[in-house]
Design a protein around this ligand. Structure first.
Ligand SMILES: NC(=O)c1ccc[n+]([C@@H]2O[C@H](COP(=O)([O-])OP(=O)(O)OC[C@H]3O[C@@H](n4cnc5c(N)ncnc54)[C@H](OP(=O)(O)O)[C@@H]3O)[C@@H](O)[C@H]2O)c1
Length: 253
């Protein structure tokens, strides 16, 4: 199937590694150009190189939490590529912790990057996207069921999912689509770090794998391909939805 990505331009935030990078790779593999971000100059430059260099990718050093990031990214994409067809908003995951043990400062910090930053970036993209454009939010299975030890994710992500749904309703009449992706146990540094917090990291991983119907963690490229499809013109009648990429782990339908 031709996804129709050739000649199209996408921003992918938090894309120097993990899910964002895999999504950028999948977009480029099907002919799109991408603007990728991260907070460190060296890793942004390395990501641009790994994506095929300046003909395929542009890099911008930016923190999703910074108030000027949204306008900077959209401006940079238009200046470099002359158009914008969509955006995938990922960000570093919030700190691990229980509901009772998480300090207010951790909630505030995560709210700025995970929640408010994402809304700002989505709004700035919405201002310039035209019919056929798409906005994707990388969320989490915590939208639908709590993840033990990730209280901040459990608290913020369901609200962001409903904000995305609201945005889909508002932008639908303009032909702009909005969706969320709900990853669970995709084998990135983030998940490896979370497993490492257990007394027995290998045991923690084995227990998770045993609870996943496909009996393994996902590969980042498996997530990236879903993201590229959902952003592409091939998904032109998908909007207002949350798409799990979880090997069947979530038990709701
Ligand atoms: N992997 C999974 O199975 C899974 C499951 C549920 C939810 N998620 C969520 O999906 C998102 C991506 O996860 P991942 O597994 O790809 O994580 P990851 O492997 O840790 O990668 C995170 C990426 O985000 C960048 N980043 C971090 N904070 C940023 C910020 N404030 N502004 C801009 N870029 C930032 C990092 O680069 P720098 O550090 O250089 O900035 C890096 O490129 C996270 O929010 C995570 O909680 C992932």
């Amino acid at each position: 199937m031709d996804l129709g990505l050739a000649g199209r331009v996408y921003i992918v935030t938090a894309a120097t590694r993990g899910l964002g990078f895999a999504s950028a790779q999948a977009l480029v593999a099907d002919g799109a150009q991408v603007l990728v971000t991260g907070r460190e100059e060296q890793s942004v430059a390395a990501a641009v190189d790994a994506l095929g260099g300046p003909t395929a990718a542009e890099g911008v050093v930016a923190d999703n939490a910074a108030p000027d990031t949204a306008e900077r990214l959209v401006g940079a994409a238009l200046a470099r590529f002359g158009r914008l067809d969509g955006i995938l908003i990922s960000v570093g995951g919030p700190a691990a912790g229980t509901m009772l043990g998480t300090p207010e400062s951790a909630w505030r910090e995560a709210f700025e990057s995970v929640f408010l930053g994402a809304l700002r970036i989505a709004r700035a993209a919405a201002d310039v996207l035209e019919e056929g454009g798409a906005i994707g939010f990388v969320l989490s299975s915590s939208v639908r069921q709590p993840i033990p030890g990730l209280a901040v994710s459990n608290g913020l992500r369901p609200g962001l999912a409903m904000a995305a749904k609201t945005l889909a309703n508002e932008l639908g009449p303009e032909g702009v689509r909005v969706f969320g992706l709900l990853p669970a146990r995709i084998d990135t540094e983030r998940v490896q770090h979370l497993d490492s917090l257990a007394a027995d990291p290998a045991g923690r991983r084995a227990a998770h794998e045993a609870s996943i119907p496909l009996r393994r963690y996902g590969r980042p490229e498996e997530f990236g391909k879903v993201a590229a499809f959902a952003l592409s013109p091939a998904a032109s009648y998908l909007t207002g939805i949350m798409i799990p990429v979880d090997g069947g782990a979530m038990q709701g339908i």
